[in-house]
Design a protein around this ligand. Sequence first.
Ligand code: ADP
Length: 400
Amino acid sequence: MSASRVLVLNSGSSSVKYQLLDMRDGSRLAVGLVERIGERTSRLAHAPLTGGEKRERLEAFADHGEALKAVAEELDRDGLGLDSPDLLAVGHRVVHGGTRFTEPTVVTDEVLDAIEELVPLAPLHNPANVTGIRTARELRPDLPQVAVFDTAFHSTMPEHAARYAIDKATADALDIRRYGFHGTSHAYVSRTAAELLGRPVEDVNVIVLHLGNGASASAVRGGVCEDTSMGLTPLEGLVMGTRSGDLDPAVLLHLARVGRKSADQIDELLNKKSGLVGLCGENDMREIRRRIDEGDAEAQLAFDVYIHRLKKYIGAYSAVLGRVDAVVFTAGVGENAAPVREAAVRGLEELGLAIDADLNAVRSDAPRLVSPEYARVAVAVVPTDEELEIARQVHALVRA
Ligand code: ADP
């Protein structure tokens, strides 16, 4: 039997999420998470899906190296270890691929150096991704390690969507352009939506709304991304859990000149203390809805700002695409928050959008339509699966 398993690693600054998938059928063999790496007590939660017991380890993992070694031990205990001949490759989610990486890429020393050179564009993410790759290479030097970039799906954006209207020489010197993020999710969801509509992906135009803690929208024509709401960094675009999304750039100047804030303070304010949290002190949509039900005006305003921005992007991307076949909701909020879907679509009947209240209220893990049959534009919910998409891309590349 040829090797068919792919280990997918998603390394964050103090965490690693992992899944082991069997690409003969896309099934999961094990899933897990290590969090609080570098703190006094880290936590490893491991779930074998082949019959064994769920396990938890509370100990100090000083760095990603120690954390991944512990993950390898846990996989070993289930007979799924990294030295198994069934393991084909490790796939790594890498946040920023810059303009160079537009496809999944087998990691070499030179590729790793290039990913490291992109750190200034993604200071919070790429260092952890690099550490994850280095550690996995040390654990199994002979195994292909493949980097899958969050920016890659958006690399097809035409220049007029990717360019900011600022001085071209300055922009080019500093690599300032719109890259877009959540690409694996937008790729997976737009393709799955076409399947749901029963049409070839090449014929279908969709607006994907990935609404998690981070949130982004994309306009996808025939499976190819034409525009997306995140830009140079994942700060642009929609209102998010803790990020502001779009702003008048002069707000930053005002914060610096009049508010006397440093670049780092502004970074922190816009990335960590803005969005829903900035508006109402809460970033979990469930809690915001609960507060709204109790008549909380702050929570209501935060919700309204969030929905207003979403509507603007649905309108903008309807104009970008000309013809829209589906608006697709995904990620934690998009998949679960029926009131968000209802409010985002309300009043957009002239754009061909409508929602069926009964269908919208159904809770399910399956891709599904929530619009009435008469609607010109389908409204769909498609649970995203970034790990499966990464594993598929890795499998396709390594087997080729
Ligand atoms: P991340 O960007 O961290 O991957 P997710 O896609 O997992 O985020 O989304 C997390 C968010 O999803 C939570 O912060 C919460 O706001 C929202 N969420 C999860 N479940 C529900 C629910 N049942 N109703 C409303 N919102 C939900």
